[in-house]
Design a binder for this molecule. Sequence first.
Ligand SMILES: Cc1cc2nc3c(=O)[nH]c(=O)nc-3n(C[C@H](O)[C@H](O)[C@H](O)COP(=O)(O)OP(=O)(O)OC[C@H]3O[C@@H](n4cnc5c(N)ncnc54)[C@H](O)[C@@H]3O)c2cc1C
Length: 346
Amino acid sequence: MTEQNSIWVFIEQTDGKIADVSLELTGKARELADQLGYEVVGLVMGRDVGPLAQQVIERGADRVLLADDPELADYRTLPYARVAIAEARARKPEIFLIGGTPNGRDLAPRVASALRCGLTADCTDLQIGEYTIRKENKTYPNLLYQIRPAFGGNLIATIVNPKTRPQMATVREGVMRLPAARPDRKGTIEKIVPAFEPGDFALEVLSRQVRHSTVQLKEAPVVVSGGAGVGSAEDFALLRDLANLLGGEVGASRAAVDAGMIGREHQVGQTGTTVRPRLYIAAGISGAIQHRAGMDESSKIIAINTDPNAPMFQIAHYKIVGDVAEVLPLIIKTLRERSMDQREQE
Ligand SMILES: Cc1cc2nc3c(=O)[nH]c(=O)nc-3n(C[C@H](O)[C@H](O)[C@H](O)COP(=O)(O)OP(=O)(O)OC[C@H]3O[C@@H](n4cnc5c(N)ncnc54)[C@H](O)[C@@H]3O)c2cc1C
């Protein structure tokens, strides 16, 4: 197998913990590579990151390129880009995938512009297919279909890059499934020695402050989300009560966030968090495509809306046409009564 026939994934890590999105992409890369007969290569960069290589192999990589260097301890654009560009130039991957995290969004365009290959940001799906350029009367097979919402979410666009390599895309966290670890998987680990240049260290990290969000939307088994129809910040208290009763988190639409009803860390959707809970309750949310992109894979969806034609009802499993201010207190009351009954029986 030649170097060209590979799908690369940038393995982002912080303090020795791999970002979920990198493992999700490794799983997706495995799926695509199996279709094409390519190999999956994980590009790991950092300091003391050797132990991460096996984790990447367990999620689907055949090979890991390992750049372990003190200068890569903290993410910095120039040293990281130096390694990624040099390796990609030398080894010529067909496809290069990067997580759509703040660091990934910083690294990907720099690499793409250096390699002059184009980049599709924030893909929601990746597939393999062909494309015919009619003017040339030529069909290009085995292309990466880079699929993402476009024109404000009114269209789902499939973008292809027939001529330049690698085909580069970023994908948001939580969009692809996290593959299960397979400890029996074997792969090769190749150490690479970065050839930095003095200008790469123009930026020095003086200190780091880690802010831990208390909002755990991605992991929550139940998400109770409110939209503009909830009415006000005070009215969100109802959603908090219900989320607490169900052991879940409070989510929100962008309209609710923009109106200052709740913090941005609660936003679900294309520009917020992607969730896949067992139960998603959409209260007073119309169901715009940008919101649905972040929750339509929930196992069960309950929609509450005064408008019987709200688009959210198209994907809801249970539909309640009514005012959130009336429906939510009823659900909360019923749940509280039930839990009291249960306690009395015990
Ligand atoms: C590039 C881009 C990215 C975007 N990213 C996101 C994103 O990540 N997440 C996101 O959510 N949006 C996103 N949006 C915005 C999105 O297009 C919608 O504008 C937004 O989702 C609408 O929020 P909403 O449904 O709460 O508000 P509205 O569209 O105003 O809908 C409110 C709904 O509440 C119902 N309602 C009103 N009163 C009540 C009541 N008392 N009881 C019950 N129902 C009631 C109404 O019938 C209506 O259906 C994005 C837009 C763009 C262009």
